[in-house]
Each structure stands twice: as structure tokens, then as C-alpha cells.
Write a protein that binds this ligand. Structure first.
Ligand code: UDP
Length: 470
């Protein structure tokens, strides 16, 4: 079943223009006009498979209201599916990341089940679209819609946010499943050039990294009081700070009342003076939360580790989160008491996306070091978010992260994501003041400001849809 997410639209264009300056603001306005003319009264559709949680939903939540302010008619639709559908798409996603996952098949039966599960969404979309419309389908969960929609609209574009730097037999299997469904797509849009598989190189390929929204609850500036209140809400205040969250927090993105009860697993509050080391991610094998837990507890002598993720039962299109969360819990329970005391496992409620974003924002801002120890990554939104907040980020040298961080300049790259000792050493050095965290953080913020803000999404979309290209 297809759903149309409800969006809270807080005006954002003026703030964005202020951040990007007059030249980029003019280009943004021109690009929006170009898209508007190109649509000729039609609609720009974005279609994905979850209304909340994960990078694509994050982006669309910002982008759709921004298009509205820019006078571009844009809509967002979310495809539904049953458990079998999401089990297949999970397997497919893991394969595209180069791993075997559950080792299950991706053959004709799975393709038939995948397409059958998508068909109610396809039918609903066909009712909604118009000949003048342009449709952007996100990731493998929606690829099965290309053929149906291509006959109904002006053009269909498929956007891929995931991939693997070097092909593996598993990723080939994933592309065997996916590539035939993409034939009717006008362009194929990848976050990172290296993720384009050889068999698709002769297609019209575009590269467009995602962006972060600097003015919403996830990334807006926060007062010290708001940060403290959020830390207290998640059990991360240093032990003597205590304190209760004020009823309503004043944020740059509007007032927020903290209502949720995050599930926090810890053996007590963070010790006073303990620096905060954080990874924010879905509970997913490829995010390797467990690896961060081991690296910090075994190789970093001081500091408190917060592993922060969504409520593992809350992400509609990801059926494995509960398993990987449980895996972290088991490892946490198995730690010696002194180490267990240094780790908090925090699952945030996804019921209120603004509150969730605010808590992530505050935790990232309060962190002395932010880690993203992914084993594979399309483009790490969490990396860009923490860089925007001028944090020292240590990310695995995989996928898009390699393009996001310039090693030693605006962050650090972990050359071998399985090297726990190296990760431990660099965190230890950073906490000991052996690197200039402030200067690296300043450069990190600059990098995001110049390359990963929403205007780039709009200007690149305008050039992809330019009439001379179609
Ligand atoms: N995120 C969140 N709440 C959580 C965990 C993650 O809002 O509890 C957000 C995170 O801030 C980021 C997105 O989910 O914006 C994850 O995007 P990323 O590209 O890092 O990874 P993906 O989940 O898309 O693989």
C-alpha cells in the first residue's frame, strides 16, 4: 500500500540562503525555476520505502518543503510491502553492499514475490501521476516500479544511495536481480561514482551526493541548556549534572517538547569529566556498532561511549535491526563491569521525528569524537551531520565516506574498518589532545557548507532534467 508522509513545513529557504550566500542563492532560485518550467504544470515525485529512519527519508523530509518554498510542485510517496518483500529487499541491499547476508536466493521466485508486493503501490501511483510528471525512485526497494511508471510519466529516474567500492560475487548477484528492472529509467543517479557497476556504465549516469539540512532539528544550533536537557533525557549527563529537561525546548527549528522515553541500557550515568565518544546509526551489521563497542572498551583507556540508534522495531523497511541491537546488548552484558560502566546503548523512539532529530543533534554536538565505523557506506549522512557540527569525525575509508572526509585535514579515515586497535589509537590520541580537534572541526564544517547542503540537490536535479539532456 502506498502512503504519502505528512510533512511539517517550517520555512527554511531564508535560512538556507543566509548560509549559502547570495551567489549560490541566486543559482538555487534559477535551478528551481528551470525545474518548474521543465515540469510544465506536472509534479516531481520522490518515491522511497520508509517515511522515517535512514538517510533517504531524512533528505526527503527537508527537500519536499524546500521545493514548496521554491515554487516547485513536488510530492513524496512511500511504497509498502509485506514481510517477505522487506526480507527480499534487505537481502538485496546487503548483496549490493557486497555481502552474502543470510545467503538466501535472489532468483525468479524472489523477483516474482518482489514485483507482486510492489504492484499495489504501482497501481496507486499510476492513479496519481500525470503525463507531465517526473519520478525519482530511490534505491532497490522501488526499482520494480520503473517499467510501470515509464509508460505513464514524462521520465523516470532511478537513484542509488548504496553500493560497494569493489564488486564481489554477492554484489554481482544483487545487480543481476536489479539491473534488468532499470532498462526504462532515463538516468541512473549514484551518490558515488565508484558505485556504478560495470554493466551500467554505458547508461546515462549522474553523480549526486546527498545533503544535510542545516536548519532543521537534526542540525540547527542548540543552546547549551537544550543540549544538557537532551543529554539528561538520554541518560548521558555527567553524573553530577543531573537535572530535569525543561518541558519545552526552544530550538532553531521551533519549540520541541520531549515526550518519548528513549530506551537506555547503561550501568549508571557518564562519569564527570569523561569525554563522550559516539556513533549514531541504524542497528545494522554494516554499521558495526559492535565493533565500535569492542574498539573503545578494549583500546581506549578513558571516555564514555554512546551507541545511539533508532528503536530497532520502528524501521518499516529494515527487518534485521532487532537482531543487531540484541547482538550489541549481549556483547555489552558480557563486558567486565568496569568496561560496561563506560558504555550506553541508546534506542531513540521514532514516533516523533523532530524529537528524534533533536536528540541526535544534541548528542552529536556534545560528543568529543564521533565515529562512523561502517563496513560499507553509500554516503554517511551521520558523517556530514557531525562534520557540520565541527566535530572530530573518524570514519571508515569505505564508499562515500572516502569522499566526505579528507584524511588528517577535516577528519580521519580508518583505512581498514576491521582494525579495532588503530581505531582505538586514533580516538585515544584525539582525546589526549594530540590532534587539533578545533581546527579539524572548523575545516569539517566548511567542507559541508561548501559541498553538502540542499542547494546542490536542486541545482543538480535541474541539470539532470534539462531539456537538452532528455
Ligand atoms: N538517525 C536518526 N535517529 C537514529 C539513528 C539515525 O535520525 O536514532 C539518522 C541519522 O542522523 C542520519 C540517518 O538516520 O540522518 C542515517 O543516514 P546514514 O546515511 O548515516 O545511514 P543509512 O541509515 O542511510 O544507511
Amino acid at each position: 500500500m502506498l502512503t504519502i508522509p505528512t510533512l511539517r513545513s517550517t520555512p527554511a529557504l531564508a535560512s538556507l540562503n543566509q548560509i549559502i550566500g547570495p551567489q549560490r542563492a541566486t543559482r538555487l532560485r534559477e535551478a528551481a525555476n528551470e525545474i518548474h518550467h521543465r515540469l510544465d504544470g506536472g509534479t516531481l515525485w520522490h518515491v522511497n520505502s520508509t517515511p522515517a529512519g535512514g538517510g533517504v527519508a531524512e533528505m526527503l523530509r527537508t527537500l519536499l518543503p524546500l521545493y514548496a518554498e521554491l515554487g516547485v510542485e513536488a510530492r513524496w510517496a512511500v511504497v509498502g510491502g509485506d514481510e517477505t518483500f522487506f526480507a527480499i529487499t534487505k537481502r538485496l541491499g546487503v548483496a549490493l553492499y557486497g555481502s552474502d547476508g543470510d545467503g538466501g536466493p535472489l532468483g525468479p521466485n524472489e523477483r516474482a514475490a518482489y514485483l507482486a508486493a510492489l504492484s499495489p503501490s504501482a497501481e496507486s501511483l499510476v492513479q496519481l501521476v500525470d503525463r507531465r510528471d517526473v519520478v525519482i525512485l530511490h534505491d532497490h526497494q522501488t526499482a520494480g516500479l520503473v517499467a510501470t511508471l515509464a509508460d505513464q510519466v514524462a521520465s523516470v529516474h532511478w537513484r542509488c544511495h548504496i553500493g560497494v567500492d569493489e564488486p564481489t560475487p554477492a554484489s554481482d548477484r544483487g545487480w543481476d536481480f536489479l539491473a534488468p528492472m532499470l532498462n526504462a529509467a532515463e538516468t541512473l543517479i549514484f551518490s558515488v561514482e565508484a558505485h556504478v557497476p560495470a554493466r551500467l556504465r554505458d547508461r546515462d549516469i549522474q553523480v549526486l551526493p546527498p545533503f544535510i539540512s542545516p536548519f532543521d532539528a537534526k542540525n540547527c544550533d542548540l543552546t547549551v541548556e537544550a543540549i544538557d536537557a537532551c543529554l539528561a533525557h538520554c541518560g548521558l549527563s555527567p553524573e553530577s549534572a543531573g537535572g530535569r529537561a525543561p518541558a519545552v525546548l526552544d530550538t532553531g527549528a521551533g519549540p520541541v517538547r520531549l515526550r518519548s522515553a528513549p530506551s537506555v541500557l547503561s550501568d549508571g550515568p557518564r562519569r564527570l569529566g569523561d569525554p563522550l565518544i559516539t556513533q549514531v546509526s541504524r542497528w545494522d551489521r554494516l554499521k558495526d556498532m559492535a565493533g565500535v563497542l569492542t574498539a573503545v572498551t578494549a583500546h581506549v583507556p578513558r571516555g564514555h561511549l554512546a551507541l545511539v540508534g533508532p528503536d530497532p522495531a520502528a524501521i518499516a523497511d529494515d527487518v534485521e535491526q532487532e537482531f543487531w541491537y540484541a547482538d550489541c546488548v549481549e556483547r555489552w552484558r558480557g563486558l567486565p563491569a568496569a568496561q560496561r560502566r563506560r558504555v550506553s546503548l541508546i534506542s531513540l523512539s521514532m514516533t516523533d521525528p523532530t524529537e528524534n532529530a533533536l536528540l541526535v543533534n544534541a548528542i552529536q554536538r556534545a560528543s568529543d569524537v564521533v565515529v562512523q565505523k561502517s563496513l560499507a557506506e553509500g554516503f554517511g549522512l551521520t558523517v556530514a551531520e557531525a562534520m557540520w557540527k565541527s566535530r572530530l569525525v573518524i570514519g571508515s575509508a569505505v564508499g562515500g565516506i572516502r569522499a566526505q572526509i579528507t584524511d588528517g585535514v577535516d577528519g580521519f579515515l580508518l583505512p581498514d574498518p576491521s582494525d579495532l586497535r588503530w581505531l582505538g589509537q586514533i580516538i585515544t590520541a584525539a582525546l589526549a589532545g594530540e590532534v587539533d580537534r578545533q581546527e579539524i572541526g572548523r575545516r569539517a564544517h566548511q567542507r559541508v557548507r561548501s559541498d553538502f547542503l540542499p542547494d546542490r540537490e536542486v541545482t543538480t536535479t535541474a541539470s539532470i532534467l534539462a531539456p537538452e539532456r532528455m
